[in-house]
Ligand binder design. Sequence first.
Ligand code: GLC
Length: 436
Amino acid sequence: MQHPSTAADHAWFSESRFGMFVHWGLYSLAARHEWVKSRERLTDEEYQPYFDHFDPDLYDPAQWARLAKSAGMRYIVITTKHHDGFCLWDSSHTDYKATRTPYGKDLIAPLVGAVRAEGLRVGFYHSLIDWHHPEFPVDCHHPQRDDEAFKAATAGRDMAKYTDYLHAQVRELLTEYGTIDYLFFDFSYQGRPGRWGGKGAADWRSPELLAMVRRLQPGIMVNDRLDIPGDFLTPEQYQPSAPLSVDGREVAWEACQTINGSWGYDRDNLDDKSPALLVRMLIDSVAKGGNLLLNVGPTGRGLIDPRAERTLGAIGTWMRSHSRSVYGCGPSDFTAPADCRYTQRGDRLYLHLFAWPFAHLHLPGLAGRVEYAQFLHDASEIRTRIIDQHQTADTTTMAAPAPDSLTLELPVQRPDVAVPVIELFLSPGNSGNPAP
Ligand code: GLC
């Protein structure tokens, strides 16, 4: 699946492990989910007030980039256009863009500059779907899907013309903003049951589009939603139960997740995941060879709302003392005990404790393989021992754990961090596959 010529350029992606997704556009003003136009079957006219009042006067991309960086994120992916068709950059192919709103300025150029200035990678999300373009054929997701008169009047829409527009805009985005590291196309839905008018590779002319993308930005990472293979898979709002593979080979992937279930700013939705849960999701991704792309939905004023900011702050607090178990780490061949996740980088094995056991934790397969153990957050030693295999249970003596186990001696007090991590220094020659 990976293109051999670009594999080296893609190393940053797995090394980074953690990125910020930003969904921002006209729907941020409605503040009730980015699909509001479709969900409420709004006409262009009914949606127009959001365009007429779009004026994010507090937009400060440098602040967004700093926030992402201090949360430990290494790349930012911004919506250049979502399904409503509104363009955040000054496209020469439409007037439905930020520069024609009261705000009057391009939103993408300053963000790209700010992201780079913080040393982060730049990614674009671009919607394949367009509920505003006059040639985009009405289908099962379109806001006017139930409007028979509208459907009859628009029956002659020419997909090819829309696709020309799509390609022209992608060309613009990939030529006018310097190096773009990442592209997230969204999405294909051809042949999915019940989804009439669904669109896929033939509609988007995906092979041609992807070839152009790679020509314009040879090092770019492209996702898998063009209905043809890309460079990484994109499980959305769920955590896979194991590393992901295609044709038996493990592949790069990235779980995209929201804080509260909505991508766009959703004022009355208070279903926020706790920072600790989000940290566990990040660790869970890395332990399975994936990344986490965590979303924020800035407001119509251009601010990342205080709740999201607090959540990112708490994640950043954990990352400051634990990022060593995240960056450049991946799955381990060792099997983690219950309620734990391992990540590994070379001879460092990181044990993440999702629950706090009493006093002892037995690590199967690690007897004689660990040189030293410490908490990651404060580098305090964790004592280890190998329990004699003949030891049997007695009133105050535990039975021997599974053969080959290393036993950790834990304090009663769980460290006051979102997820405690124990760093295990594997002895030379022991970082590879455990003995069968
Ligand atoms: C989707 C949704 C969407 C969101 C995206 C993020 O498929 O249509 O609103 O932008 O996934 O992955």
